[in-house]
Design a protein around this ligand. Structure first.
Ligand code: AMP
Ligand code: MG
Length: 434
């Protein structure tokens, strides 16, 4: 199969720019199929499967936007005070079919159904209650509305004004937020149709890797990528199939990939696979699909492999994202290449990391011709409105602490040169602003 566009596959030794690589990935991916209906509180962060059409008018009836007095706005006369007798009270949730005649009004609570024939509500603070002691403003009393206090039709919410029955309340592809779920509840729906979760098989490669909890043998390091990447996937609402640690051994690699191809939509690896240096690694991948080994003009994280592994039954391919092993490079390449691509596969509408401009507190050396992603902290500017950004500690590709301290990537674009202190720069937020 060859639905990868020509250019990146044919890139040969040419370095792809970050934008070219991102575009090439986005161009070939198609969302997975399959959806399920889940209770609202299980839908947070899930992808809405279809447009959600409102089955009701919201609000369901004309109602009062204020506590006050409902009356017929036609009675308002320019330059003349209006005096109305209070004929009764209407409460929210108790539409009693009450109405009143000429020269009368009804005391009304916020949210109460507008009585038939009445279209205007004067709030308490815009009128004056008069009458015998004890009856001011309630049944038997009177209210006086001074000229110009309000216009006919004010303070009435119309049936369907927030959302008319039959119109879409939410569009397919939304990642459902707390407010969205509240909105769905407001339509009276206890369940919502979401896409099935994307299944991502995840493993780390390297003879030197040990799992946390194991003894750290001489020359070994703990596998941090699997945990960091699994957490990132979890936060995107995806299902992680943890395939563990895989030795630098082609048979082990092939066996693990074949398992992933049975069970997952995507396989995400970090470590040697991305290099494809050893011929046997390339041979395994060539047997299973059409993985491209890209040299991307970026720092950190150059070695990166992407492509389809073909399932024997001809079903949709499983997509391989092989990230570099260096822990910072693994996470940065995840954010730059994998995150949006996985959301796209999951059926989500495009949702890049939030980007903003911030004033760089320090000078940064950079040469044009590659994109650099530096680990950075975006915070409120010390000396005025807006945001400032500073780099975290050591920017070495293996220094995970620099990533842990950061809340954003400071992005120095492909053609950009050095940055002077005080210049605005682009940042991509990957965590909330502290
Ligand atoms: P590689 O891409 O396999 O050449 O690995 C580059 C560097 O990252 C080496 O120092 C590896 O030990 C380290 N590394 C690779 N995979 C992991 C991992 N899963 N967790 C932590 N460090 C890793
Ligand atoms: Mg390795």
């Amino acid at each position: 199969m060859s639905d990868l566009p020509e250019s990146p596959l044919a890139a040969g030794d040419r370095h792809l720019s970050v934008d070219e690589a991102r575009a090439a990935i986005a161009a070939v991916l198609r969302p997975i199929s399959g959806q399920e209906s889940v209770p609202l509180l299980q839908a947070l962060g899930r992808v809405l499967a279809e447009d959600l059409v409102s089955p009701i008018d919201v609000p369901a009836h004309d109602n009062s936007a204020m506590d006050g007095y409902a009356f017929d706005g036609a009675a308002l006369q320019p330059g003349t005070a209006l005096r109305l007798r209070v004929a009764g009270t209407v409460y929210a949730g108790a539409p009693g079919g009450r109405t009143c005649g000429a020269g009368e009004c009804l005391r009304i609570m916020t949210g109460a159904v507008m009585p038939a024939g009445l279209d205007t509500v004067v709030p308490h603070e815009l009128c004056r209650a008069v009458g015998s002691e004890g009856s001011e403003g309630s049944e038997g009393g009177e209210v006086v509305i001074e000229p110009g206090a309000l216009r006919a039709g004010e303070n009435r919410r119309r049936r369907g004004e927030d959302l008319a029955r039959g119109t879409p309340a939410l569009r397919a592809g939304r990642l459902l937020t707390p407010a969205d779920l509240g909105l769905v509840a407001s339509l009276g729906l206890p369940q919502v149709a979401v896409r099935r979760r994307l299944r991502v098989a995840l493993f780390s490669t390297g003879d030197e890797l040990r799992a946390p909890g194991q003894a750290l043998d001489p020359g070994c390091v703990y596998d941090s990528n699997r945990t960091g990447l699994a957490a990132a996937l979890q936060r995107l609402g995806m299902t992680v199939l943890d395939l563990g640690l895989v030795a630098d051994d082609p048979a082990a690699l092939e066996a693990t990939l074949r398992q992933a191809m049975r069970d997952a939509d995507v396989v995400l690896t970090s470590g040697g696979v991305s290099m494809g240096d050893a011929d046997h690694t390339r041979a395994v991948l060539a047997r299973l699909g059409e993985v491209a080994f890209w040299k991307v003009a970026m720092r950190p994280g150059r070695p990166f492999a992407f492509g389809p592994l073909q399932r024997p039954d001809g079903a949709a391919p499983i997509w391989l994202f092989a990230l570099p092993g260096n822990p910072v490079a693994a996470l940065v390449t995840f954010y730059v290449f994998a995150r949006e691509a996985l959301l796209q596969l999951a059926g989500a509408a495009p949702r890049p990391l939030p980007a903003l401009q911030a004033r760089c507190t320090q000078a940064i050396r950079k040469r044009p011709g590659r994109t650099e992603f530096q680990r950075a902290i975006v915070e409120p500017a010390a000396d005025g409105p807006g945001w400032q950004v500073r780099l975290t500690g050591s920017q070495g590709a293996g220094v995970l602490r620099s990533m842990s301290e950061a809340n954003a990537l400071l992005v120095l674009r492909h053609d950009q040169g050095s940055v002077a202190a005080g210049e605005p720069v682009e940042v991509w937020l990957f965590d909330g602003l502290a």
